[in-house]
Write a protein that binds this ligand. Structure first.
Ligand code: ZN
Length: 219
């Protein structure tokens, strides 16, 4: 009668255990990565987005806007609110109150938000830049003679949002605009580099904190 020794049983179990671990690691390491590559066109229909801020409000909101409809803007909003550690925003004009609310929500959640904007546009009527600054978000402005005309955001250094869209109400709901959302590293890395380059230059006196500019406007 075939009898397995204790040594053989231990060896067999150990081999089986190691094999399972190796197979698990292989499938984890080489599993197909979920990628994000989206193109969104504007203008976007104006719909209720309360449930994106507070999912528990779904079906409970009584505002007059259409509910339960996904739009280019709602997708953009979801991507912005998906930030868990950082948001770097380079934006020429920022007067959209819903997007401002999203940035404030991230800030209160502990996400590190950095905003670069244009010196001539931070104080235009309806600009939300002052509200961001008063909330304690670091905003800087280029002092170059040329416009800081970028419109891009990098979420958690993993997701790039870029296109023609200024963060204004009219751009979102009235203009023909485009936005690309991607986690493609070859596209995202140059934007991270460009943001850091512009941000670092602010330490060399080429940029001013938005607070200084806004103070001079308020005088
Ligand atoms: Zn509503």
């Amino acid at each position: 009668m075939l009898m397995w020794t204790v040594k053989e049983v231990v060896l067999g179990v150990s081999t089986l255990f190691v094999s399972v671990e190796l197979i698990s690691w292989f499938f984890y390491r080489w599993r197909p990565k979920r990628t994000i590559n989206e193109v969104h066109f504007f203008p976007s229909k104006e719909v209720c987005v309360e449930h994106i801020f507070s999912p528990s409000l779904l079906d409970l909101c009584s505002c007059p806007l259409p509910h339960g409809i996904e739009t280019s803007f709602s997708r953009l909003l979801r991507h912005i609110l998906s930030a868990s550690s950082s948001l770097d925003l380079c934006i020429f004009a920022f007067s959209n109150m819903i997007l401002c609310r999203a940035i404030l929500k991230l800030h209160h959640r502990g996400v590190i938000v950095r905003v670069l904007s244009d010196k001539d546009y931070i104080a235009i009527t309806g600009s939300q830049i002052g509200i961001l600054r008063k909330a304690g978000i670091c905003v800087r402005c280029a002092l170059d003679s040329v416009y800081m005309h970028h419109k891009f955001a990098v979420v958690d250094k993993r997701l790039l949002i870029t296109g023609s869209l200024n963060w204004t109400l009219s751009a979102v709901h009235n203009n023909m605009e485009n936005v690309i959302v991607t986690d493609e590293p070859n596209l995202m890395q140059p934007f991270i580099g460009e943001f850091n380059r512009l941000w670092e230059h602010s330490n060399k006196g080429k940029y001013l904190e938005a607070s200084d500019l806004l103070k001079s406007v308020e005088k």
